[in-house]
Design a protein around this ligand. Sequence first.
Ligand SMILES: Cc1cc2nc3c(=O)[nH]c(=O)nc-3n(C[C@H](O)[C@H](O)[C@H](O)COP(=O)(O)OP(=O)(O)OC[C@H]3O[C@@H](n4cnc5c(N)ncnc54)[C@H](O)[C@@H]3O)c2cc1C
Length: 396
Amino acid sequence: MADRFDVIIVGAGPSGSVAAANLAKYGLKTALIDKETFPRYKSCGDGITADGLAVLDKLGLGAWAEQFPAFEGLRFSSPDQTIVSIPLKTDRGQLMGRTIPRHLFDNQIAQFALQQGAKFMQGIKVNHIEYLEDGVLVKSENQQFEGQFLILAEGSNAPLAKSLGLVTDGPELMAARQYLTGDAVNDPFLEVHFQSSIIPGYNWMFPVGNGRINIGTGTFQKRIKNRELSLREELERFKSDPILRGRLDHTEPDSPIEGHPLRTQFGYSTTHSNRTLLVGDAAGLVNPFTGVGIGPGMMSGDLAAKTIQRVFDNGLINTMNLSDYTNALNQQFASARKAAQRLRKFLSSPSRLNNLFSLLKQDPTLAALLGDIFFDKKPATTAFRLETLFKVLPRL
Ligand SMILES: Cc1cc2nc3c(=O)[nH]c(=O)nc-3n(C[C@H](O)[C@H](O)[C@H](O)COP(=O)(O)OP(=O)(O)OC[C@H]3O[C@@H](n4cnc5c(N)ncnc54)[C@H](O)[C@@H]3O)c2cc1C
């Protein structure tokens, strides 16, 4: 006989674990299943934006996060190597985010869900889902579980969502990162470099504390599939790029280069069906311009939990449809994601980026706006406000 739960969540990344913690806290019998054993590594830039930190704070984990470096500032560069620096924390007094290594971050939230009463099952790969008359049956090779509801938090490849017909396309972007350690790495600024070798896309260098940095590169997955470029080669090249002024010369890699796809296609596929909700990367919630997906994923985990709580509160388990959830996601993300796509397209030309950066150098307010958009403090729609367009368009 299968174990029976109110809600089964497949995937214990930030999106799934936030949902699990909230549902368990609320008193529902919750299963959180992951194929890996935690703490596990996840290829990522480790930048947790303010929206994700707010969800963490609401769970009661805000104090835990304070041990990790806050974003002090952002250094952007254009293809012609114009550098624009934006103070993020000290001058404007607002927390834009923190860098937290994902193996620690994800484990902390999953363990918290366990403390709240969720059954956290690790090392179990779910490979089949079936709908029953009154719920869902979730199967791995050796075990099976029954639930009233299912949350798919399985990340960007989303094979289970595909098997249910909820997702039809593959992830749009691909990125890779490596950790490096060394004495020379004590610069607290996050760096994002729009270089000719990678645009559309960018290279990054983020400090993660204790003399460790996370460097990475990301672009469209189809360029990699077409062998137009190799992320590994681009990352190796980037380490000695003049824009880094030799700062990585005395560092050593302390991880392999690891890549992972990112799904950005929110709005192009379904995020709910009768008894199933998709959250995080599985729902395509990664920002198409920046690649930021942790905060949006956590917000979706929170919204999914709220939707299911309401269904139980109202006693509508067998009749309720879950469209409330998709409506809430649309309200939060739909126009911002469309604007982010437009911004990405607009800024995929080297000459436009060069012209924009020469303008940003003279206009700190505009530079700060780009920083805010980049770290999801403001939606990309703000870039298309008339007062901004009047400033920018004549120069591009
Ligand atoms: C190189 C790179 C850099 C990035 N940098 C940033 C950044 O700095 N900031 C940011 O906000 N975002 C960043 N992102 C995006 C971010 O990593 C994702 O948006 C985020 O991980 C989404 O979380 P999630 O919980 O939806 O999915 P995931 O974190 O991918 O978690 C999915 C979980 O599901 C489990 N799983 C999958 N299939 C099964 C199965 N069949 N059975 C059981 N378990 C399963 C997996 O083991 C995994 O633990 C980056 C992505 C990449 C690739």
